[in-house]
Ligand binder design. Sequence first.
Ligand code: ZN
Length: 310
Amino acid sequence: MSILFLNPVLKTTVWGGTRLKEYGYDLPSNKVGECWGISAHPNGDCEVAEGEYKGAKLSTLWAEHRELFDNVKGEQFPLLTKIIAAEQDLSIQVHPDNDYAGKNENGSLGKMECWYVLDADPNTNIIVGHNAQNDDELKSMIDNHQFKELIRETPIKKGDFFQINPGTVHAIKGGTVILETQQSSDITYRLYDYDRLDNGKLRELHLDKSKDVIVSPYKAPSLHPNGYKETANKAFDELVNTEYYTVWKLALNGEYKLIQDQHFMLVSVVEGNGEINGHVVAKGSHFIICSDEENVDLRGDMTLIISSVN
Ligand code: ZN
């Protein structure tokens, strides 16, 4: 019977701050931008916090105990869950798909990701998509440095949700906190950095690769292109169902019998606190309900973001 409680990996970034303290983490600096809550990626491989597998890296369990994950195939643990808290604007970027990354980035996975907005300061915008009508217009706007005209900004508020397909121009701005569910990849092409200086220098841009992968024109993706994923958990609110992942929100008030009917479930507590099978959890807890754990007792007043690989 396995629920893997994980120690998150905290990342210091140029645009980070101290807001992740709200999630109960001890911050290693006052510029922390990311918490990798559920990750087996080499750039942030989470350790199991307690129990039979205490101290094991998630990548090791994936390699040596695949039965915990319903014997799902694949060399790498497929998903990565992060909480991102931006004090300053992030550079504007785009990710490749599996095909392009596999050919051009040493066999890496591409990156599809999605964002659940946990918090946003008043009057905060998010960047999702661009305004070029076709590839030629996109290339000419990039060549002419018309980034302000190119990027597409949208106002956001807590509870909003965005699906970011590979090839989508995107960025969050200062004052935004999101939970990101993504393919386990760290391949990013930087398109524009607001001409900011970092230690007196412009940060490197990846304009040719960006031109290769950006899809024009931008079209908002369907969140349920192949319908809704089957689950016995009627209280789950499906946010997105793609070829790589399904993400649900569960707003819990009281008791709930969760039925683990996926390969395995990645769970993050994003608000409130409670218990899972008698184990206390709170805002900022991350864990995996493994394939052998079929019935889970939840109680409390909390909001969970749950994902599963497809
Ligand atoms: Zn991204």
